[in-house]
Design a protein around this ligand. Structure first.
Ligand SMILES: [Zn+2]
Length: 341
């Protein structure tokens, strides 16, 4: 169990945490490139607000076979090119980091095409990663503040970030060791961005396939109802154990020696938490009021995303009894919040 931080612990974190993003990435659509020895990458032409330049599908190859990680959306041209990327080697398995449509929408069609099994974590009900009903409930009737903004966020969240129904041929668990296609890969469960998220570690190649858990171009969104900040922070600590390796996110460029970057992501969330507590120390507040205080000069188009981020923090702080909801039982987008006494 992660230790529950006290208010004092958050105050200590009150420094300006700067995340040094990596955005220099200009993929050529339709043809794969060598990303590192034994690793090829093909980017799908589905750029967007959650996908950056598009979904990066990876092939890891050995002398005897290949595995494909995140085939991507159900995009015929991309899936055809991904099949070519494996070359003449048989595809031993199709691995899926999580069930968002931009990663897994084409997984079953691709697996059938290359006659390989789909391997993914179970979309199951463990205590740690079960959906959070209070969030789901308030997401569904997310009216009130900035209705149109929330609507926009809903739209985004339900396109690329929609969850697909993907039964796996084999279900993965944390710390599983996969011996497939002449390769040895380790499974690391990383819930937070979504409950079924896993990363894949290929130690021999010095690589971590980090999905949407750690990306160089952006912080991860934690979309309701399946995103969860405390799980995400715990998963950052977990994947940080592999910080001397190069991370290959599904979107954007690789992150060499990613450990420092993972710490920056963690510090950034601690800073936000600290800012939210500071805002509430000046009096009760709604999410919208908090956003306007702590996101200085924010582009209005980003306000819905900021509201969702602050909401994720408040949900965690309410769980930890650091903050209470003034006008209801559960933390919603429209609730008033105050510090607990
Ligand atoms: Zn995702």
């Amino acid at each position: 169990m992660m230790r529950v931080p006290s208010v004092r612990a958050y105050r200590v974190a009150e420094t300006i945490a700067v995340v040094k993003f990596l955005t220099d990435f200009d993929p050529e659509y339709g043809s794969s490139v060598t990303a590192a020895p034994g690793i090829r990458r093909l980017v799908c032409p589905n750029p967007g607000p959650f996908t950056f330049t598009g979904t990066g599908t990876y092939a890891i190859t050995s002398d005897v076979g290949a595995v494909i990680i995140d085939p991507g959306p159900d995009h015929v041209g991309h899936l055809s090119a991904a099949a070519v990327m494996a070359g003449s080697r048989p595809v031993a398995a199709v691995l899926v980091t999580h069930r968002h449509a931009d990663h897994a929408g084409g997984a079953r069609a691709f697996a059938d095409r290359v006659e390989a099994p789909v391997l993914a974590a179970a979309w199951s009900t463990t205590e740690q990663s079960a959906p959070h009903p209070k969030t789901a409930e308030s997401w569904e009737d997310g009216d009130g503040i900035g209705v149109e903004n929330v609507g926009d966020a809903t739209h985004f969240a339900r396109s690329d970030e929609a969850v697909v129904d993907l039964p796996a041929d084999r279900y993965l668990s944390d710390r599983d060791i996969l011996n497939i296609g002449g390769l040895e890969l380790e499974v690391v469960a990383t819930p937070g961005h979504i409950r079924d998220h896993v990363c894949f570690v290929w130690r021999r190649g010095g690589a971590v396939f980090s999905g949407d858990h750690v990306m160089g171009w952006s912080t991860s969104v934690l979309p309701p109802p399946h995103g969860h900040l405390e799980d995400y922070l715990r998963s950052l600590k977990r994947i940080g154990e592999f910080g001397d390796l190069t991370f290959f996110p599904t979107h954007g460029p690789p992150i060499p020696h990613a450990g420092d970057y993972v710490e920056e992501l963690y510090a950034h969330r601690m800073m936000r938490t600290s800012q939210i507590l500071d805002a509430l120390s000046r009096g009760d507040g709604t999410i919208e009021q908090i956003v306007r205080q702590i996101y200085v000069a924010i582009n209005p188009l980003l306000i819905p995303a900021a509201c969702l981020s602050v909401w994720a923090h408040l949900e965690m702080l309410v769980d930890q009894n650091v903050v209470v909801v003034v006008d209801g039982l559960v933390p919603t987008l429209t609730s008033r919040y105050r510090l607990s006494t």
